[in-house]
Design a protein around this ligand. Structure first.
Ligand code: FUB
Length: 465
């Protein structure tokens, strides 16, 4: 029996004996994210599943086929339309959404309509520990079964409707067998760092057409495996007067006893391009507030796009801001972390640079890393150069992270690196097309090891599932 089959067998035993998750019951306000199955309360033993891409409730038992179990397994993720609600992603990567009131599985197009149709807000179900899922865009309607088919129907205050629209979240019939994505759902451009004994991940929220997401979340972990979702830490709509959308590629750094979040954003009107801003908080999990009330770098002020910020602080305490798409720039930041001398801005010219600058120092060598190609291209990849100072000069060393097609891994890029404090152990966070059916706007975040050769060059990073 191979490892996957063993895990399936073990999980079937667990599911058969304890159908309801003891540690994280669904409540009216929150659901546990990650892989789950959903069992009907009035037809115990029947679970929400898809068949021919349509939603149903059907019996699933430990003796069911692997396919039936997989069809009855969903990853509960932050709502595509709102982080206060939830979406349900099948193991084939498609999302449960309503169309013509019928529940069906479709690929996320990232449009507002799709996102709303695929988002459900939990409320108490008919029996303790069960949940009822209210349609995000039709709050008078709830997900319910009728003739064992799943529909979103107008709520009726009857015992029958309440039972037909109530489900228990159970352990997943098909448990996760890979480490990635490390945070459930669609995220990209992860900035990984370490503050006060914990690792933190700050990603772009993905799954939006044209990468138009308006907010950032933070996640933290003690072990790089189990991640806590700290919710929204900066929302362009609520917190940033000059940006509405395109909340892209945050980078967070600790300095002066505070936390500075560098980010980019676009305005809904004017289409003036992306500006780069800085927000500040007393906590790594926010809330962050716009530090300047205006961009730190205006669109068009320097060649290329004012996106993909990154801050590196050298051993002498001097911090440097790197940014850019199409052209890379660097400037020493003033001690306040929210200003710099424009005359000190330098442009970095490394062959192949597209975006996503990242700088680290190991021993006395500085490593300037970046992403090449378009994030929608499966050949999106990470390359690096080395140099004697944070300002270079840089010598390109080559590509270190790229697709691994035999595992279905594509579009590996926009990375960041964290060192396990006090060791020479390094981890790289990056995004890839969500496996199996993602794309350049449906990406997911994963973490792998990064090692150095004896001569100080970076060994090729092996992307793993
Ligand atoms: O996620 C939006 C944009 O896609 C980022 O700013 C780029 O680095 C690319 O990953």
């Amino acid at each position: 029996m191979d490892r996957r089959a063993r895990l399936l067998a073990v999980s079937s035993l667990i599911v058969a004996s304890t159908l309801t998750l003891p540690s994280a019951p669904a409540s009216a306000a929150t659901l546990p994210t990650g892989a789950r199955s959903l069992e009907s309360v009035n037809y115990p033993g029947r679970f929400i599943r898809h068949a021919d891409l349509l939603g149903r409730i059907d019996p699933v038992t430990s003796g069911s086929t692997a396919l039936a179990k997989s069809d009855a397994t969903f990853t509960v993720v932050s709502g595509l339309a709102s982080p206060s609600c939830y979406s349900f992603q099948a193991t084939n990567g498609l999302f449960l959404r309503h169309r013509d009131w019928r529940l069906r599985l479709e690929a996320n197009t990232g449009t507002p309509t799709f996102q709303a149709d695929a988002t459900f807000c939990p409320t108490d179900g008919s029996v303790a520990g069960s949940v009822s899922l209210v349609s995000f865009n039709h709050p008078d309607r709830r997900l319910r079964h009728r003739n064992f088919e799943l529909w979103v129907d107008a709520y009726q205050d009857t015992a029958q409707f309440r039972a037909d629209s109530s489900f228990r979240l159970t352990a997943p019939w098909t448990p996760k067998t890979s480490k990635g994505p490390v945070i459930p759902g669609l995220y990209a451009d992860p900035h990984i760092t370490f503050f006060n004994g914990r690792y933190y991940l700050y990603p772009t929220t993905d799954g939006y057409a044209s990468w138009s997401a308006p907010y950032y979340k933070a996640f933290s972990s003690a072990d790089l495996v189990n991640w806590t979702d700290h919710g929204v830490i900066l929302d362009h709509g609520r917190d940033v007067s000059w940006a509405d959308n395109s909340a892209w590629a945050p980078a967070v750094v600790a300095k002066n006893g505070r936390y500075y979040l560098y980010f980019s954003g676009g305005a809904a009107s004017g289409n003036t391009g992306k500006h780069l801003g800085v927000a500040v908080s007393d906590s790594p999990t926010g809330p962050f507030r716009d530090a300047l009330g205006k961009p730190l770098i205006l669109a068009g002020a320097y060649a290329g796009q004012a996106i993909d910020p990154m801050v590196f602080t050298d051993d002498n305490g001097q911090s440097y801001l790197y940014w850019g798409n199409g052209a890379a720039h660097v400037v020493p930041l003033n001690a306040d972390m929210v200003s710099f001398d424009p005359a000190a801005v330098r442009t970095i010219t490394t062959p192949g640079f597209r975006e996503a600058s990242f700088v680290l120092k190991r021993n006395s060598t500085y490593y300037f890393m970046w992403s090449e190609n378009d994030t929608r291209d499966e050949n999106y990849q990470v390359a690096y150069a080395t140099g004697p100072s944070p300002l270079g000069p840089w010598t390109k060393r080559g590509v270190v992270l790229q697709k691994r097609l035999e595992l279905g891994i594509k579009g590996t890029g926009h990375h960041s690196v964290v060192q396990v404090p006090g060791t020479d152990t390094w981890h790289v966070a990056y995004h890839r097309f969500a496996v199996p059916t993602g794309s350049g706007t449906n990406r997911e975040v994963t973490v792998d090891r990064m090692t150095f050769n004896a001569d100080g060059t970076i060994a090729p990073i092996l992307p793993t599932l």
